[in-house]
Write a protein that binds this ligand. Sequence first.
Ligand code: SAM
Ligand code: SF4
Length: 326
Amino acid sequence: MIQDNFNRVHDYLRISLTDNCDLRCFYCMPEEEYSFTPTQQLMQAEEIESIARLFVQEGVKKIRLTGGEPLVRKDFPQILERLSRLPVQLTLTTNGTRIHEMLPSIKAAGIKSVNISLDTLQKDRFVLMTKRDRFNQVMSNIQLMLDNQIEAKVNMVVIKGVNDTEIIDFIHWTINTPVHVRFIEFMPFDRNQWNSDKVITLHQILETISSVYPIQPINRQPHETAKNYRVPGNQGTFAVISTMSAPFCSDCNRMRLTADGKMKNCLFSNGETDLLSAYRRGENIIPLIHQNIYDKKEALGGQLSTNMHTIETNQLTNRTMISIGG
Ligand code: SAM
Ligand code: SF4
């Protein structure tokens, strides 16, 4: 069992497969010069499997693959196949551009639910936000998931002045489409143009929706970051991930492994443990895993204030979101 100093048991591992991506979302990837990690510094498929196995041995029950964009890795099918041998719930966060190419592997790995990022229902705005013209492909891949009975959770990062006028459009989409829309509060990372004025909070999102539709809360599962709701009669549901205005650190069970094999105990932690180098030297990495979690701070990586208006982004030490793995 992997437990921290606050008695939180950690049994959920998010593995980033790459810091590369085929989109360029401005809130995730810096606009300035950005170099992707060279392949030999990334965890290789067999290393991912072996390291994941050690986490499972220590009590991990769920693994999510993320990135960067996990599906841009050429060996993604092999990685999935290897991890599907482990006794865990395996799942995936993707931008959705390549699902049609990977569907057989996704199904063969027994994945039942996929998180897909989509910040706008407008093609032009999609190009503005991602700098790539892939809107139609992502929309058709969301439908492909649904046609194949794979649950589609749609991640929408709400940013004031960018896409916040679309909250109701997303709810409207759920009337006849059984997607689960997750509105995510905009979070600060290295060079991502964040400031607190751009955050649309849980409270504001619920106020906007309830001014148009009646809403009902749905029970929150333990450890869940999302607060879930439904509009009665709609086929789809929605949720809000309120990291900034109402964080959910008290029962956090998440651990992260970056694509270059560094372990992070929080999205906002400034420390990391180099598991891959130790693994490559033939060392036993299990004590490193336990120590990393034991050192976990009580809330928000010990870096962010719970009053987001006092956050000074230039005081934060962290990676870019794309190189952490969301
Ligand atoms: N490429 C995949 C994708 O886009 O879903 C997986 C990686 S991405 C970093 C994971 C999630 O983090 C996405 O849903 C993305 O929208 C979210 N994300 C990235 N930067 C964010 C930020 N600054 N604030 C809130 N969510 C963010
Ligand atoms: Fe790529 Fe996902 Fe980041 Fe967008 S959010 S740049 S799709 S990793």
